[in-house]
Design a protein around this ligand. Sequence first.
Ligand code: AP5
Ligand code: MG
Length: 214
Amino acid sequence: MNIMLLGAPGAGKGTQAAKLIDAYGFAHISTGDILRKSVANKTPLGMAAKGYMDKGELVPDMVVIGLVKARLQEPDAEGGFILDGFPRTVVQADALGTALDELGKKLDAVISIEVEKDALVERLTARRTCKQCGAIFNVVSQPETANGVCPACGGELMQRDDDTVATVTNRLDVYERSTAPLIAYYAEKGLLRPVNGNRAADDVFGDVRAIVEA
Ligand code: AP5
Ligand code: MG
C-alpha cells in the first residue's frame, strides 16, 4: 500500500508514520528527515537547504522532487511507502503523479490529518526528537521526557532548529499558502481520506489503520 500523509506542521505526520511503520513495515519517505540528515552531514544539499529550513520556507521544488524520485526507486519502497511532508506544492504533486506513472506505481490513499491551528504552535514548540532513534515526543504531554533522555532508547533528545515560535508561525503561513490547496487537489482525484487529528495519537491511529485496512 502506498500512502501519503498530508497535514500542517505539527499535525502528527511523523507520529502516525512511526505507528504505520511499526504495524506494517512500510518505507518512510520523509523529505524533512532527508533534508535534516543532509544539513547535519553538511552535504552540498544540506548547505543549500539550511537557509530555507531555518526560515520555515520551502526548499525549491526541483530539489525535493529529485530527492523523492530517487527515494521511490529504492528497494524498500517496493513493499509499500509512506510519503510524509511531500508533496507540499501543486508543482510537487504534479511531478509526483508523473514519477509514479513512470515507475508503474500508484497512490492508494491521501490521509489528511486535520488539527485546529491553535494546537499546532503548542505541539511544535514542545516537540523533542531523539538524536539516536528519531522517536518523537512532547515535553508537555509527556513530562517524563523533560530530562532530555529518550524513553525508548536512552539517546539524547533535541529540539529542532525550526521549532521556534517565529519559524513555526511562518511554517504555518507557508502551509496555508502553498500546501493546503493539495487537500482539494487530492479530493478531486478521489484519494482524500480526512482524519480528525485533534485527539490522542493512538485514537488518530485507529482511524488511520481503518483506512489502511479498508
Ligand atoms: P518537515 O520535517 O516535513 O516538517 P513539517 O511538515 O513542518 O511537519 P513537522 O515534522 O513539524 O510535523 P509533523 O506533522 O510530522 O508532527 P509530529 O508527528 O512531529 O519539514 C521541515 C522543513 O523542511 C520545511 O519547513 C521545509 O523547509 C523543508 N521541507 C520538507 N519537505 C519539503 C518539501 N516537500 N518541499 C519543500 N521543502 C520541504 O508531531 C509534532 C508534535 O506533536 C510532537 O511533539 C508530537 O509528540 C505531538 N503530537 C503528535 N500527534 C499528536 C496528537 N494526536 N495529539 C497531541 N500531540 C501530538
Ligand atoms: Mg514530521
